[in-house]
Design a protein around this ligand. Structure first.
Ligand SMILES: CC/C=C\CC(=O)SCCNC(=O)CCNC(=O)[C@H](O)C(C)(C)COP(=O)(O)OP(=O)(O)OC[C@H]1O[C@@H](n2cnc3c(N)ncnc32)[C@H](O)[C@@H]1OP(=O)(O)O
Length: 717
């Protein structure tokens, strides 16, 4: 809804009132239209100010309404009516003016923003375009190039930048509404013609701007269609009269609005928010569990992960003790952390925050920290030793966290005298860049420990998801099967290039073999050795290409034995021009190696098409996702999807693996898994999960209803 009042006798003040972000629901749109008409009718009113209650102008159209038939007055005529009005209308922008919110402000004749406010047109991130005149008015205000950049990326800008771009007329540190009211009174009587953006002429865009932008977008959009439609709409602004441009904007929006991509992106928006409201099988949940403040933290281990975690903590203003026993590693780690912090400082024109980090070789220096994150390499014996010591050294109420990516959090907790204070904080490399954090609760982790880790993740700017304890947790447990299928496909006749091409066409930023070369083949090799799948622990009585009773491909192990570890050694699944090279080239040597390998094991190469690559890799991963839901390791499909979109390069416009399964159709996923399981009976995880079967038996309900089919958590609180 929107409230109306009259200030100083002549100013009509319209306040959007739809907490928490004053989204433009049908009720709000109706109320704004009504109040604007009232103000325009009232002869005592000479000018109008539109603002939002509770320090937020407007977060845009109500995204929840997109799933149903749109009711209420549409935005376009409402905004046109404001612009056409004969009384000056000023938008007083506090908090945010996003999407339809900014479009509403662009229909006003003037815009005043608080210096902390942000404005932007993020529709593209929801699979849409700004279809309430945003693609036509913004270029007329800022010029084509800046508008094109903002609309195709959805980037927000802070008020000072918005002022430079001409999006707002004034920025204030004072009470924005009061400043806007005074401003509105001061412009009464001035001509409005020039202030109506729809009437403005656009200056010619630079030559080739649209072609270049389109080419860049096609390269980086990974199949997303909304950015392309955004370019077309802005091009219409630059080449057509306003009215025709608006028609083009409307037509393009009509094609996007009901697309699967828009549904996926809007699902992702809400999924990301839903994971913050975590709940555990024991009944603990975010609503009742209080986080403790973390003032001082420690990180143990200054390898790639440890360094990234230290940087993340410092960026959040937390003082850190960075501990490393290896002198050389300590020296290198310190240099790299300081270099990143200095680069940050340069970027933000501020002093480096290196004073917040204290580097040490002594574990005893950790006696007074509130929370420790252990980030040494994946060796259970080493980690247990560290946790035993921490338990004695750290103050009794310090939380002890591990950055393990797969090891048993309960086993670590058991060696401490405080298992309730132990949780996993699984960061993704590089930790100062990647958004995802898996917070792993063990059997004894207290709600306070989980709440503190989740809250800390939020403070570090991460998307944090609470997950249960099992080998690989959610992300890596699913990933393992996807990687295995890719290796099996090579045995059966595919090349790394064919597999990667299919995955990249699907929308992954990089195919699985390129990712493996980038992270180093030795990472998985170490894990497989730990698991007794290769190296000294193997039971050699088993037939070749079988381990622990099931099919196994030793291809990656064989490459590791040859020293082909990926980019760092210039050879892996691809060839690189030098060690550390980034540009993968097909490797004839690898192809010959595959031919010899197949011949050695009597494997007949066959042609494998893209559909099979996708089904084998993705459906096996999805099937494990269903098992994870059934086991209660993730509390809902949104958790799995958020993990895959933010940590594993799953294309956001495909929602995530569980959303994708819903889009493809659960019965089709089930049928294909049954087919592949029959064809590969020695791969047990291709057997369809009981939860998938149950959902199909129940008529394949939409993803938002899946939680009703999960085992209910039992409260032990
Ligand atoms: C004809 C079409 C014309 C226009 C199209 C559009 O306008 S599309 C919408 C464009 N707007 C956006 O994309 C903005 C989305 N929202 C945000 O970026 C952030 O929510 C915001 C506004 C910056 C606030 O961030 P904050 O961190 O403070 O809160 P949070 O994100 O957790 O949101 C709080 C709750 O509000 C819900 N919500 C936010 N925006 C919308 C929206 N536009 N429509 C509906 N609901 C919205 C959000 O889901 C949270 O809900 P909760 O139940 O508490 O989880």
């Amino acid at each position: 809804m929107a409230k109306y009042s009259r200030l100083h006798g002549s100013v009509g003040l319209i306040s959007l009132a739809n907490p928490p972000v004053n989204a433009l629901s049908s009720v709000v749109r109706h109320a704004i239209s009504e109040k604007v008409a009232k103000a325009f009718r009232d002869p005592e009113v000479t000018c109008v100010v539109i603002c939002g209650e509770n320090g937020v102008f407007c977060g845009g159209a109500d995204i929840r309404e997109f799933a149903s038939t749109m009711r209420g007055p549409p935005l376009v005529p409402m905004i046109d009516a404001i612009e056409e009005g004969e009384k000056p209308v000023v938008a007083a922008i506090e908090g945010v003016a996003f999407g339809g919110g900014l479009e509403l402000a662009l229909g006003c004749h003037y815009r005043i923003a608080h210096y902390k406010a942000r404005v932007g047109l993020p529709e593209v991130t929801l699979g849409l375009l700004p279809a309430a005149g945003g693609t036509q008015r913004l270029p007329r205000l800022t010029g084509v190039a800046p508008a094109l950049q903002l609309i195709t990326t959805g980037r927000h800008v802070a008020a000072p930048e918005a002022l430079k771009l001409g999006i707002v007329d004034q920025v204030t540190e004072q009470n924005t509404v009061e400043v806007a009211v005074q401003f509105a009174k001061s412009v009464v009587g001035q001509a409005l013609h020039n202030r109506r953006l729809s009437l403005r002429q656009l200056s010619c865009p630079p030559d080739g701007l649209f072609e270049e932008t389109m080419a860049q977008i096609k390269q980086r959009a990974r199949g997303a269609v909304a950015p392309i439609a955004c370019v077309q709409a802005v091009k219409a602004a630059a080449t057509l009269p306003f009215k025709a441009g608006m028609d083009k904007e409307r037509d393009l929006m009509a094609t996007l609005f009901n697309s699967g991509q828009a549904k996926a992106l809007q699902y992702s928006f809400f999924a990301q928010r839903s994971v913050a409201k975590w709940n555990l099988p024991n009944g603990a949940h975010s609503g009742i569990s209080k986080a403790r403040a973390v003032h001082r933290a420690a990180v143990i281990g200054l390898g790639t992960m440890g360094r990234g975690i230290v940087v993340s903590l410092v960026r959040a203003g937390i003082s850190v003790i960075a501990m490393e026993t290896n002198e050389k590693q300590l020296h290198t780690g310190k240099k790299m952390v300081i270099a990143i912090l200095e680069k940050d400082a340069q970027k933000h024109n501020a002093a480096p925050r290196a004073d917040l980090v204290h580097f040490t070789e002594r574990l005893s220096d950790l006696s007074n920290v509130d929370l420790v994150i252990e980030a040494v390499y994946e060796d259970m014996v080493l980690k247990k030793d560290i946790f035993k010591q921490l338990s004695m050294i750290c103050k009794p109420d310090a939380f002890l966290c591990t950055n393990t990516s797969a090891l048993n959090v309960d086993e670590l907790a058991a060696v401490t005298g405080r298992p309730e204070m132990v949780v996993g904080m699984h960061f993704f490399a590089p930790a100062h860049v990647m958004k995802l954090l898996e917070v792993v609760y063990g059997q004894h982790s207290s709600p306070e420990a989980v709440a503190t880790a989740m809250q800390l993740g939020k403070r570090l700017g991460k998307v944090s998801v609470a997950v249960g304890n099992c080998p690989g947790f959610v992300g890596n447990r699913m990933m393992k099967l996807y990687v295995e299928q890719a290796h099996f496909l090579l045995e059966e006749g595919a090349t790394p290039e064919q597999v990667d091409e299919a995955l990249e066409e699907f929308g992954f930023a990089m195919g699985i073999f390129k990712v493996s070369d980038l992270s180093g083949l030795d990472v998985g090799w170490r894990v497989r050795k730990e698991a007794g799948l290769t190296g000294a622990g193997v039971d050699w009585k088993e037939p070749p290409r079988r381990r622990q009773g099931r099919r196994y491909s030793p291809l990656a192990d064989l490459l590791c034995e040859k020293g082909h570890l990926g980019q760092k050694t210039s050879r892996g699944w691809y060839l690189y021009e030098k060690p550390g090279g980034r540009d993968p080239k097909p490797d004839q040597g690898l192809h010959s190696f595959l031919v010899e390998y197949r011949s050695k094991y009597g494997l007949k190469a066959r042609r494998i098409d893209k559909d099979e690559v996708l089904e084998r890799c993705l459906f096996s991963l999805i099937n494990e996702g269903f098992c994870i839901l059934d086991d209660g390791i993730a509390s809902g499909p949104e958790d799995v999807d958020v993990i895959y979109v933010h940590g594993y390069g799953w294309p956001r416009h495909r929602g995530g693996p569980m959303f994708y399964a819903d889009m493809v159709g659960l019965s089709k996923v089930l049928e294909r898994l049954e087919f592949y399981h029959q064809a590969h009976p020695d791969v047990p995880y291709l057997k369809p999960s009981p939860l998938l079967r149950k959902l199909v038996r129940n008529g394949s309900p939409p993803i938002r209803e899946w939680r009703e089919f999960l085992k209910r958590p039992h409260s032990h609180l």
